[in-house]
Design a protein around this ligand. Structure first.
Ligand SMILES: Nc1ncnc2c1ncn2[C@@H]1O[C@H](COP(=O)(O)OP(=O)(O)O)[C@@H](O)[C@H]1O
Ligand SMILES: [Mg+2]
Length: 314
C-alpha cells in the first residue's frame, strides 16, 4: 500500500504479465467512458495531478476516461472534504488512484463524492475489507499465516491476542501496515511466550507508527524464500501479475499458479484489490497481504496504460 506521500524509487522495468487484456485498446476505449479516474492534485499546483500519479492520469485521458483531481491532504485530515472533491463531476463508476486514506477518511471521501452524484466503484465498507487485515484474513485463512488481532491498544488486549496465537516466532503489524524497516525492534517477535519481550516490540511499534491503525495484529512467522509478487484483481479476476514495488527487480516466476487463490479472492467480493504473495521455503505460495487496489503502489514494471486497461469494464 502507498504510505502517505512516499516517493517511489525503483525505475527498472521488468516483465509484466497482463491477463485478459484487450487486444484492441482503441475499440475498448470507446465503450468505457463511464469510468472516471480520481487522482490527488499536486499540492503546490492544484490544477495538475500529483507527480506520483501523473502518468496514470495521462494514460486514463489517452484511454478516453474522465480524470478529476482531489485535494488528498484535506481528505486525509477529514477537513473541508466538500471542497477537496469540488472538481469531481457526477459519475457512476469512479476509481481512485492515490495516496492511502484510513477507512474512516475514505468513508468521508465516498460521502462527499456521493453528494456530488459521483459513486466510487469501491464502497467505504469494501475499502475497509480490503485495506484492513481483519477484513480479509479470515476468508483467506487457508492461504495466509495464522493471525490474531486486537481492537484496543493496551497490553491486556495484546496479551490476549498473543496467547491465542500460541508459541513460536511471530510478526507484528497493525490492521494496515507493519514497521518492516525496523524488523528486529518493531516487527519480529522471536517467541510469543516471552510476554515482556513481545510487548516491548509492540511498544516500539506504537512509538514508531505514532498511531496504531485499528489494532495490533500478530501473525505466525513463516519462512519465505522469494521476493513478493503483487497480483492485481478486478472483480475477482486476476488481471496483472508483477513484481512487488519493494522488490522491483524480482520478476514473478513462470511457475506461479494462482488457481488455488482465485476462488478465495473472488469470494471476498471486492471490486479492486491487490494480493501480495511469497514462496515459503517448502515451496508453497502464501498470501502475505491484501490491499485496496486504489492505494496499492504500482511497480515500474506495470505500465500506466496496462493498469488503466485492467480497470476498464469487460
Ligand atoms: N507471517 C509472516 N512471516 C514471515 N514474514 C512475514 C510475515 N508477515 C509479513 N512478513 C514480512 O514482513 C513484510 C511486511 O509485512 P506486510 O504484512 O506486507 O506489511 P506492510 O503493509 O508493511 O508491507 C512482508 O513483506 C514480509 O517480508
Ligand atoms: Mg506488504
Amino acid at each position: 500500500m502507498l504510505p502517505p506521500r512516499r516517493r517511489e524509487t525503483g525505475s527498472h522495468t521488468r516483465e509484466t504479465r497482463t491477463i485478459g487484456a484487450s487486444d484492441d485498446a482503441g475499440e475498448r476505449c470507446d465503450r468505457i467512458k463511464p469510468v472516471m479516474l480520481v487522482i490527488p492534485a499536486d499540492v503546490l499546483r492544484p490544477r495538475r495531478p500529483d507527480d506520483h500519479f501523473a502518468a496514470e492520469a495521462a494514460a486514463a485521458r489517452d484511454a478516453g476516461l474522465d480524470v478529476a483531481l482531489v485535494d488528498h491532504d484535506a481528505l486525509a485530515r477529514g477537513a473541508d472534504v466538500g471542497r477537496a472533491v469540488g472538481r469531481v463531476p457526477p459519475g457512476d463508476d469512479v476509481v481512485y488512484r492515490g495516496w492511502m486514506l484510513t477507512s474512516r477518511r475514505y468513508a468521508g471521501f465516498a460521502d462527499a463524492l456521493s453528494s456530488r452524484g459521483a459513486t466510487l466503484r469501491t464502497s467505504a465498507a469494501q475499502y475497509r475489507r480490503a485495506h484492513e487485515l481483519p477484513g480479509w484474513c479470515t476468508a483467506l485463512a487457508s492461504a495466509t499465516p495464522a493471525s490474531t488481532w486486537t481492537s484496543g491498544h493496551e497490553r491486556v488486549d495484546f496479551d490476549r491476542a498473543r496467547r491465542a496465537l500460541g508459541s513460536g516466532p511471530a510478526v507484528l503489524r497493525d490492521y494496515t501496515k507493519s514497521m518492516k524497516h525496523y524488523w528486529h525492534e518493531a516487527a519480529f517477535v522471536p517467541e510469543l511466550e516471552d510476554a515482556d519481550a513481545a510487548w516491548e516490540v509492540a511498544c516500539r511499534f506504537r512509538e514508531l507508527r505514532e498511531e496504531v491503525d485499528g489494532g495490533f495484529v500478530l501473525r505466525r512467522f513463516e519462512p519465505f524464500t522469494s521476493g513478493e509478487v503483487r497480483t492485481w484483481w478486478i472483480r475477482g479476476t486476476c488481471r496483472l501479475i508483477a513484481a512487488h514495488p519493494d522488490t522491483p527487480h524480482d520478476a514473478p516466476p513462470d511457475d506461479l499458479d494462482l488457481t488455488p487463490f482465485a476462488p478465495l479472492v473472488a469470494g471476498l467480493g471486492l471490486p479492486f484489490v491487490t494480493v501480495d504473495l511469497a514462496r515459503r521455503t517448502d515451496g508453497a505460495w502464501r498470501i502475505i497481504e491484501v490491499g485496496d487496489g486504489q492505494v496499492s503502489d504500482r511497480p515500474p514494471s506495470i505500465e500506466p496504460d496496462e493498469l488503466v486497461a485492467a480497470l476498464l469494464p469487460d
